[in-house]
Design a protein around this ligand. Structure first.
Ligand code: FAD
Ligand code: UDP
Length: 390
């Protein structure tokens, strides 16, 4: 008899499994339909011995000390600040848009932040309310930069025009007036030193966690004995698509290894206007691995396939609300993670959400910790000290 059946061994499921087992002595059955742990963050050494991310580039960044400290119990880190270039008009320009982007695309030599500010102000189209992903960009930098960098990339990535997507999609990308060409400015930016999968292995290495891979929730629920469920798969699937399918955007990943040391100048090059792929990632920049060859991945957006992204539109938000109401009523099942709560969450946000759910579980009056673990947990906080190894 397990205390919890946890469906999905990605960040959401693994954090909950780890906390309830290690923190409170609960017995966990953790399952995944894939044949590996780590969900979409899964990485592995390919046939050439290069560490690659099977499901596209995963760069860890967070402003949350709690999340960073929590994960630091299971990995040391390699400092890494992500940089992205976009191929536009035959040249490579920084994304997010910054002073260099403007100077290169407009053949200018703006030197101060004020000049760049004025440049944007002269082109920005004011919007009384910023509702869509088009509004976000056009209201800050004007139509030309929007068209060169955002419109076609977004259409390709989502199969929708930016005007159909909620503001949050393009609002992920800031606009800068200085030369900062980092993709993220979070306080903590680092990659797990030995990869994500190793970090997950450390997290789940506990006698109270039993892992079963390559199995479906529907099959396991018939056979296994457990008291409660933590579900991290697509929420519409859990409820047999009762209100219709919630759209999730998919990708096809094409991996390749080249007989040269490097292909491109940075980890990721975006192709807003050319090709049917959105971007090429070169993994050695992310991992710091030295190798005479280089491995890359192309991302081809797709309507069908594994669910990777919730699609943030007003209609989908309304449809999700109906599922969320059903989910709230289900007192023996908790829904956690990017697919189960239909949120365009980064890894750190999923970890934070999972830690919050654990706190709610253990704070419930009916929660009884296993005696031994409870004794060990007394006086201990949920997080340990970080082991930041540069
Ligand atoms: P998942 O990782 O999707 O895990 C859910 C698991 O549940 C899956 O392994 C699935 O197989 C399993 N499952 C589902 N249904 C069932 C079922 N019925 N039975 C059994 N198992 C089931 N975040 C960042 O912070 N930085 C990045 O750079 C970044 N890059 C990304 C790039 C791409 C291409 C993608 C798609 C995402 C990226 N993310 C990034 C987001 C990150 O992948 C997610 O935030 C995180 O992996 C979500 O974790 P999760 O546990 O909610 O979901
Ligand atoms: N985007 C764009 N052009 C770019 C980079 C991003 O139009 O060069 C838009 C696009 O809609 C994308 C969104 O901004 O889906 C968020 O980008 P991010 O890099 O955060 O996407 P993710 O890594 O989650 O796929």
């Amino acid at each position: 008899m397990f205390d919890y059946l946890v469906v999905g061994a990605g960040f959401a499921g693994s954090v909950v499994a780890e906390r309830l087992a290690r923190g409170y002595g609960k017995n966990i059955l953790l399952i995944d339909r894939r044949n590996h742990i780590a969900g979409n963050a899964f990485d592995h050494y390919n046939q050439h011995g290069i560490l690659v991310h099977r499901y596209g580039p995963h760069i860890f960044h967070t402003n949350s000390e709690q999340v960073f400290n929590y994960l630091s119990q299971f990995t040391s880190w390699r400092c890494y600040e992500h940089r992205v270039l976009a191929s536009v008009d035959g040249q490579l320009v920084p994304v997010p848009i910054n002073r260099t982007t403007v100077n290169r695309l407009y053949n200018l030599n703006l030197t101060s932040e004020d000049e760049v500010e004025e440049f944007f102000a002269a082109r920005a189209e004011p919007r009384s309310s910023v509702k869509t992903s088009e509004d976000v960009v056009v209201s800050k930098v004007g139509r030309l930069l929007y068209e060169k960098l955002f419109r076609n990339y977004t259409r390709k990535q989502w199969g929708k025009d930016p005007s159909e997507l909620d503001a949050q999609v393009t609002a992920r990308i800031p606009v800068r007036t200085n030369d900062d060409d980092r993709y993220f400015t979070d306080r903590y930016q680092a990659m797990p030193k030995f990869g994500y999968t190793r970090m997950f292995e450390n997290m789940l290495d506990h006698p109270n966690i039993k892992i079963q891979l390559g199995c479906e929730y529907r099959d396991v629920m018939k056979e296994a004995k457990y008291r409660e469920v933590i579900f991290t798969g697509p929420v519409d699937e859990f409820f047999d698509f009762r209100f219709g399918e919630l759209p999730y955007r998919s990708l096809r990943f094409e991996h390749e290894t080249l007989d040269q040391e490097f292909l491109q100048p940075v980890a990721v090059v975006n192709y807003p206007n050319d090709h049917s792929y959105t971007r090429i990632t070169e993994f050695k920049y992310l991992t710091g691995q030295a190798h005479r060859q280089t491995s890359i991945v192309y991302e081809y957006p797709a309507a069908q396939g594994d669910p990777y992204y919730p699609v943030p539109t007003p209609e989908n938000g309304s449809l999700y609300k109906k599922y969320a109401e059903l989910a709230d009523k289900h007192d023996k099942v908790r829904f956690v993670g990017r697919l189960a709560t239909y949120r365009y969450y980064n890894m750190d946000q999923v970890v934070a959400q999972a830690l919050t759910v654990c706190k709610q579980i253990v704070a419930a009056p009916e929660f009884v910790p296993a005696a031994k673990a409870a004794a060990a947990a007394v006086g201990k906080s949920l997080v340990a000290r970080p082991a930041f190894a540069g």
